[in-house]
Structures are given as C-alpha cells and as structure tokens.
Design a protein around this ligand. Structure first.
Ligand code: SAM
Length: 234
C-alpha cells in the first residue's frame, strides 16, 4: 500500500515523508481488517484502497491551501477525505462527522492509534449541528449527496471567506447547474470545477470548488426530510 500511495502522491506533485506514508498504510490496513467484521467501505483490495481512498483524498491538496486550516469533513464515513489530509498536513484542525456511529468510532480509534487524538469525530447529522455553524475554513465532502442537497449540509458550516470542496464524478456539470440555486441561496458561489486523474486508477474525478461569500440565512439548514422533499431549486 505504501509504495502505491507514494507513487500516486508523486504523480500529483504531493510530497510525503516516510512516516506519513507509513501512517496512511497503517490506517488502510486497519480499515481493511475492521471492514471484515464491520461494514466500512466497499473497496476491499489494498491497491484500490491506496489509490481510491488515500491518493484521491490527497488530491484536494492540489486544489486549496490547507495549511493551518479548520477543516470539517461531512459524511466522512471511514475518514475520507479528512484523515489522509490530516496525515499529510498535521497542522490541519480536523473534524470528521458522520451519521453512523460505528464509522466515527473507527475513525476515532484509528486516529488515536496513529497519535492523532486531536482529530474530532462527531456522530450525528450535519444539518443537526448548530454548534458547528460557520466555524470552518474548509468543508470537504465525498460521495454523500447530490449538490442541491449537499450544499445545505455543508455550506452552513463554512466561515464567510472559506471554501466548500465537493468531490464528485467528472460528469457533474448537470448536477452543478442544478445545485447552483441552492449554493447561492446558502451564501456560496461556484468558483470552478477542477478535474484530475487518480494516478494508476484509470479514473477521473472532479472537485467542485465553492466559495462562501456571505452568511447562510438563519432558516437553513432545514431538517433532512424537508431538504430531501424540497431541495432548493429556485
Ligand atoms: N466520504 C466517505 C468516502 O468517500 O469514503 C464516505 C462516503 S459514504 C458513501 C456516505 C457517508 O455519508 C455515509 O457514511 C453516511 O453515513 C454519511 N451521511 C449521509 N448523510 C449524512 C448527514 N446528513 N450528516 C452526516 N453524515 C451523513
């Protein structure tokens, strides 16, 4: 795993120290081990996990400057993209949150194993965490919901002047157009869609880069049932 992660990062132009590569490999090994008894990820092949979890997550470092930033990873699951970012940039103050408790238990325990007790793991729904409102410089999210709904989970957590980075499939143009009204209604503005090839994996992914330009109106986020029933579509 270590070698594949190293090669992938190098192809993206990201430097990693040997201890950081070892930490990612150790986290990955534990993920695949625990995954045999607790369902955490659909990816069970070590090489695929190296590329599609660790290298793909790290690709966000080519999109924004994470140095010293407060980062929230919404719907983090087994810790992606948040944990690889924290391993590679130890000065990130990372909060992972997920609505499934056993996933957050896994991330908390695995981070502690690597000496990263500072990573905050919260079990709960992003739209039900008013204490996190406008607290983060960068909010990340991968594979959680369509942008029109995802924006309502993520943008309230970003500070004005901060970024929301939504990791998507490359054919996301229509989804982004559909989500644009919600993004603007929640205080965001689309900056760009950045596409990149995941080294060695023969897939292209995209990062939708959204700036938080004004505060999210107080009526948002709504309850999930409401968000799902009536996404903000203009
Ligand atoms: N981001 C991880 C990744 O890419 O490997 C996990 C992706 S998984 C497909 C989606 C995750 O989002 C699940 O773990 C689910 O529990 C979580 N999730 C869905 N809706 C959520 C919400 N409203 N608040 C917090 N977590 C949520």
């Amino acid at each position: 795993m270590e070698k594949i992660i190293e090669e992938g990062l190098r192809a993206l132009g990201i430097e990693a120290r040997p201890d950081q590569l070892a930490a990612m490999a150790a986290y990955g090994r534990r993920l695949l081990e625990v995954n045999q008894v607790t369902n955490l990820t659909a990816i069970t092949d070590p090489a695929a996990a190296a590329r599609l979890h660790f290298v793909d997550s790290a690709a966000l470092l080519t999109v924004a400057d994470f140095a010293g930033k407060a980062v929230a990873d919404v719907g983090s699951g087994a810790g992606f993209p948040g944990v690889p970012l924290r391993i590679l940039r130890p000065d990130i103050r990372l909060t992972c949150l997920d609505s499934v408790g056993k996933k957050m238990d896994f991330v908390r325990e695995s981070c502690a194993m690597l000496g990263m007790e500072d990573v905050t793991c919260l079990w709960g729904r992003a739209e039900e965490m008013p204490q996190l409102r406008e607290r983060f410089d960068i909010v990340t999210s991968r594979a959680v919901a369509e942008l029109d709904m995802l924006a309502e989970l993520c943008l309230p957590l970003a500070k004005v002047g901060g970024l929301f980075l939504a990791m998507k499939n490359p054919d996301c143009d229509q989804e982004v157009r559909r989500g644009d009204f919600a993004v603007r209604a929640l205080g965001g503005r689309l900056r760009e869609i950045r596409r990149y090839d995941v080294p060695g994996a023969d897939v292209t992914h995209a990062v939708v880069v959204i700036e938080k330009v004004k505060p999210t109106p107080a009526q948002y986020p709504r309850r999930w049932a409401q968000i799902k029933k009536k996404p903000l579509l203009g």
